[in-house]
Design a protein around this ligand. Structure first.
Ligand code: G4P
Length: 530
């Protein structure tokens, strides 16, 4: 047992979130470099191949130059076993990001020092906030002109509603960037630039009390500014409080430059100490302790077609407790049967490694013959664990799907159902019209393109999508209600989901309110979880 406990306590599983271009990929790459997982900067996102990151599996990603899917990177550093969950930056894939965050125990938020809090940062942060996980802030690109440091912190506090606690403090920016001041050790760490290096460059570490050396290193003017700022900071900023960090109420803030390799390793070291070991998770009313329970995991992502030659599907699972052993059978709760997980693997960059064992905190990808759905639990046969499902985002765009070659009905239905199972789209049918037409709902419009592309390429089925004007979807909560009697506005549409549950589509929020007014006792909900 001791061994399992040690292994689990070594694990740190986190996601990196940012607005596109803030430097998430660069930072990830430097982390991997320190862990020795890659040899040279540039492997994560080669400059020559422009925006082609390791997680870009699908052709469509290459064509569009965006990262559609999330990948998992794992490496060892300083006695820790680190799992980084990469999240797609594109806003149309926020649902995928949300699920990925469900698998993380903390998040690193990267902010561009010259931009501050941006649109996508705000959205992603909200999702982290929903889970109450610890959030660590890395303010990047200090080697370029940056916004005022106090204003940056103020913006995070006001816009995101989280208290900030700077762990270090930048000494100037851009051409005048001299390094950072570490508030915990009370030392000045001078700036060094090693863009291509494997470790941080030569820096000088000087105690703040050694005025002469500090002045020699950063100049009289910067020294004086720093002294004033320290005084201001010590008086005004929130105290470092690990408890509040763990509750997601206070974010420790670090400054640096991922590109020039400055402040990154220091950040990683602090972060690893401050963040949590794998967190317990809820099964019904019970909290499942990662160490005390046997193996359990939940599916947070299903990725199809990672290897085009084999048309395979990989179900990504986050292990929540115990030890996974490939040779042992596990219970698939939702499927109601016991099975051996096939080809369990760890996904590192674009290569895969078959593994025999893994521990709570780890992410494993297993071959999915089409039995898993997002949110499913698997556990040791002796355990009785059912993790809470992952709520689905209410789709905001709808289209009717027309099959061009009606002879291929079977392939079409199979394809669209499988893609829906992966959670990329949601499918609905007309209510009571007898029509077999399928209506798809998506959170981001780009998913329509993905659907069309995948049906053509993987299932050999051509479709035409006819956009529908609806933007709001509501499930009907009332059990005994005659759906035919519901009277709404003229633009309201009745549909049903795959489980036959009735739903209403509306063009605007006003129609939702109007329908509620007209039908006394009617209860509607935005979320379609079971
Ligand atoms: P992302 O994953 O968050 O989208 O950002 P990414 O790391 O791809 O970085 C976006 C751009 O910002 C890249 O430049 C990258 O080199 C640059 N960058 C990242 N960190 C820093 C930093 O600390 N300082 C400076 N000055 N730049 C930084 P690019 O020109 O768009 O791409 P590339 O040609 O360098 O790959």
């Amino acid at each position: 047992m001791g061994n399992i406990e040690t292994e689990i306590n070594k694990r740190r599983t986190f996601a990196i979130i940012s607005h596109p271009d803030a430097g998430k990929t660069t930072l990830t790459e430097k982390f991997l470099l320190y862990g020795g997982a890659i040899n040279l900067a540039g492997s994560v996102k080669g400059k020559a191949t422009a925006r082609h990151a390791v997680s870009d599996w699908m052709e469509i990603e290459k064509e569009r130059g965006i990262s559609v899917t999330s990948s998992v990177l794992e490496f060892e550093y300083d006695g820790y076993h680190i799992n980084i969950l990469d999240t797609p930056g594109h806003q149309d894939f926020s649902e995928d990001t949300y699920r990925t965050l469900m698998a993380a125990d903390s998040a690193v938020m990267v902010i561009d020092a010259s931009k501050g809090v941006e649109a996508q940062t705000r959205k992603l942060f909200k999702v982290c906030g929903m889970r109450g996980i610890p959030i660590f802030t890395f303010i990047n690109k200090l080697d370029r002109d940056a916004n005022d440091t106090f204003e940056l912190l103020d913006e995070i506090e006001k816009e995101l509603g989280i208290a900030t606690c700077p762990i270090n403090w930048p000494l100037g920016c851009g051409k005048g960037f001299k390094g950072v001041y570490d508030r915990q050790t009370k030392e000045v760490i001078t700036y060094s630039d090693t863009e291509k290096g494997t470790k941080e460059g030569e820096t000088t570490v000087i105690s703040i009390d050694d005025d002469t050396s500090v002045i020699n290193a950063i100049g009289q003017e910067r020294h004086d500014i720093l002294k004033d700022e320290i005084e201001l900071l010590d008086g005004a900023s929130a105290e470092y409080d690990l408890e509040r960090v763990r509750e997601g109420k206070l974010t420790p803030v670090f400054f640096g430059s991922a590109l020039t390799n400055f402040g990154v390793e220091v950040f990683l070291q602090y972060f690893l100490k401050m963040t949590t070991t794998p967190l317990p998770r809820k099964s019904g009313e019970e909290l499942i302790d990662p160490v005390k329970h046997g193996f359990s995991a939940f599916v947070f992502k299903i990725q199809a077609n990672m290897n085009k030659a084999h048309r395979d599907r990989i179900a990504f699972m986050r292990i929540c407790s115990g030890k996974f052993e490939a040779s042992k059978e596990v219970k698939h709760i939702q499927g109601g049967r016991t099975l051996r997980l096939s080809q369990p693997q760890q996904i590192m960059a674009d290569s895969r490694k078959i593994l025999d064992e893994a521990y709570a905190g780890d992410i494993i990808g297993v071959f999915d013959p089409g039995i898993f759905s997002i949110g499913d639990t698997v556990c040791a046969p002796s355990e009785n664990i059912v993790y809470e499902g992952i709520p689905t985002f209410a789709p905001e765009h709808f289209a009717r799907v027309k099959q061009i070659d009606t002879m291929k009905r079977k392939q079409f239905v199979k394809g669209i159902e499988q893609i829906a199972k992966e959670g990329a789209i949601q499918i609905f049918q007309e209510y009571n019209t007898g029509l077999e037409e399928i209506i798809v709902g998506v959170v981001g419009v780009l998913q329509f393109d993905v659907l069309k592309y995948r049906l053509e390429n993987e299932y050999n089925v051509d479709i035409r999508l006819e956009p529908l004007p609806y933007e709001h979807i509501r499930w009907i909560m009332n059990k005994d209600i005659d759906i035919d009697k519901i009277t709404g506005t003229s633009d309201m549409k009745k549909i049903k989901d795959l489980k036959g549950r009735p739903l209403l589509l509306f063009v605007n929020a006003w129609s939702v309110g109007m329908t509620l007014d007209r039908n006394e006792g009617l209860e509607l909900t935005e979320f379609g979880t079971d």
